[in-house]
Structures are given as C-alpha cells and as structure tokens.
Design a protein around this ligand. Sequence first.
Ligand SMILES: [Zn+2]
Ligand SMILES: [Zn+2]
Length: 256
Amino acid sequence: MTQTISSIDELKENLTLFEDYLCDGDEQEREEVEKLITRGKCLVSYKIEDSWRFAPSRYIGYFQNNLEKHEANYYIINGGVTNKAIDKIAKNKLSENPYLESEYISYCKELGITPSNQKRKFWLFDFENEDFENNRVTNEGFPEGKLVERIHRNRERNSALIEQAKKKYQEENDGRVPCQVCEFDFQKEYGEVGKDFIEAHHTIPVSEMPNGYKTKIGEIVFVCSNCHKMLHRKRPWLKITDLKKIKALANREDGR
Ligand SMILES: [Zn+2]
Ligand SMILES: [Zn+2]
C-alpha cells in the first residue's frame, strides 16, 4: 500500500520537489507537473511571500511522492484517500472558494498553462513566514526563489507587449537589437543565427506587481544573456544604469 502524508512537514517536502520539477525539471517533468496542476480538482493552496501556489491532492497527498512513483502507482492512486490525509493536517475544510479560484487562474496564467474547465475545491495553508526551500536564493542569483524566477521568465518570453516593445526598439536602432547595457549585438557576433536575438527584461518584478497590473512598454528593456543574469543578481534588481556604471568601473579597474 502507498502511504499518505501525516504532517505539514511531509506536505512541504512534497511541495518542494513538486516545485523543483516545475522550475528545474527536464521538459517531460515540467509537462507532467503542469498537467497535474491544470487537471487538479482538489487542490492544496499554499501562500508564500504574498502569493498563492497550488498542487493537487492526488499527487501531493502521498508520502515522499515523486513523478516516478506517481506514474508507477497510477492505477491505485485514489484522490479520496489523499483528500482524507490532507483533511487531517489542514486547518480548514476542503471547499469551493471564489477568491482562491481566481488566484488559481492567475497562477496558471503566470506559469503559461491553461486550467481545465471544471469545478475545483481548495485547502488553505500559509507558509508566509517560514523557511521554504524554494524561496531561498538560487545559484542563478534570483533572490526571490526559483518559482518567481520561472514566472518572471515566462512573462519575459510570452507576451504580445514584449513583441511590440522589441519592434519599437529595433526600429529605433536601424533594425538591430543591441544590449542596452553592453551593446553586445548577437547578429554582429554570430551572424545570421544571432539575427533579432535579444532577451527582454521586465524592470518591475512580478512580486511587486499588484493583481491585474498591466506592464507598460517603457518597463521593458533589452539585454544580452550575460547582462540579464547580472541584472537579476541583486535585490532589488539592478537598474540598467547601475549595471552600466558597475561594468565601466570594473573594466577600468581591470585596465581596459
Ligand atoms: Zn549585455
Ligand atoms: Zn529579467
């Protein structure tokens, strides 16, 4: 028999791995976890750093679960059993909740996934002031934690506004898209394969955007991959002008 979770710590352990898949997993792992989130009917909602995240009962309710186990146990997985286990450790009952439903929808949107069309119920957990592994500084230097990084990157990749901003930037630069910090030009360095390539960076962190916030074109800057990483290394994020100064100083000290 497959054992269910019996404590908050065991729940957190599962949530940590679940988020790891979502942020650092290979493509297949990410897809699996995305499916689990979009198809979940009974969801654990957990609040960290002011934002709600979600994970489905039928995965998160089994003791030390992982995707391999989840797949191997596919035919014996029973949402009724995990629901009971989670009920025991939750402070509130599983129930419909319009507020969490709308938070769930925007969470999916931020992750770039589409929720399935069905009724959902939620438990609430608050890990606001606790040390949650996925919220620690990542080695990529993303001080808000891995999940925020994934959400931020998703925004920077898929948005009509970014396309618009890029077009404008390109027009202002005779069709080129040089880095706004170091002027690195992918086309100049890599020829045809680098044509039109540049990364977009939102200067306002997702964590500072109130619900329903609309990004403006002027908040998007274009930087090479190296400068993009450097911008994200400090909290609050460095500004383009700061990074330019830092770079000039370092280059001068280096005798360049
Ligand atoms: Zn650069
Ligand atoms: Zn960025």
